[in-house]
Design a protein around this ligand. Sequence first.
Ligand SMILES: Cc1ncc(COP(=O)(O)O)c(C=O)c1O
Length: 351
Amino acid sequence: MTPLVDLRSDTLTRPVPAMRTAMAEAEVGDDVYGEDPTVAALEARVADLLGHEAGLFMPSGSLANQIGMRLHVAPGEEVLADSLAHVLRAEMGAAAAFSGITSRSWVAPRGLLDPAQPLAMMQPDAGAYQVSTRLVVVENTHNFGGGTIQPLPAVRQLREATLEQGVALHLDGARLWNACVATGTAPAAYGALFDTVSVCLSKGLGAPVGSVLVGSAQAMAAARIWRKRYGGGMRQAGILAAGGLWALEHHLDRLALDHARARSVAQAVGKAAPGVVDPDRVETNIVILDVGAAGWSAAAFVAAAGERGLRMYATDARSVRMVWHLDVDDAATAYAADVVTTMICEEAPRP
Ligand SMILES: Cc1ncc(COP(=O)(O)O)c(C=O)c1O
């Protein structure tokens, strides 16, 4: 039987039995009334981990980012982010569609932050002719950049300069946990450098639903209103929050395993076809293959691998993303390495 190895995303995990039990047994209340104790516990736990005053449970990372941005930027004002940032590329234009926010971007190879780039673009007080910058968004780890970790000194430099000019900083920390586990950095060390941070529980941590936005108590009170306005107020959401709490307790440290597995495949493929991936660039649980360098189109590569039970995601015409998670073990990892190296080294490429 052909195995099925699904590396399209780390959002594909299914809750493990113990997590389901914790969810089923969660104490709940109506969270729109602020009466769900499990949601409150999760919000307090995440705020504490990130060193912020308060947290707000969100149904998705996208909503957490969008409300985070809306808190800092009024309609007609501007956010800056790199051109591969999830907030610009994969949130369906929500900042423009819902909040009237305009954006400009800079090109960041691998999504790696060079503070000089946003700093050169920033215009906090652009007067009556150009758009004023209110916010810079940083993504850590960087999804489309290939799981890239943003180094603390670079973020610190950006923070110092933006503070001086009165521009806010939001962290899209959907995979901040991966950055922290890979580098041994406490989440609060990153948290201290941002006005607001969004983190996801439904990616590598393996909870079925949920993100948390953190910031000041005042900002989270405003965010609560925006969440309700966007239709994101949930009732007995403690059932979901319990999955998040369980994930933080049990699935944080094991992210290191995902990183090691991702790197092992990058090493195998990189050894066989050095132009396709540089294993030294694989820092966390994401590997981006430049299958174009081997003459393949990303779409053909994904389709051909899919016929062998290996699912991946084409991020553009020549790049294919593989993401490790809870449901991919050593055997699945070895299978993935085998399929990819065989296709690249032994088969005729399909453009
Ligand atoms: C970096 C990043 N930010 C935000 C999100 C949005 O999360 P959600 O799918 O929960 O809306 C994702 C989802 O993949 C992501 O990769």
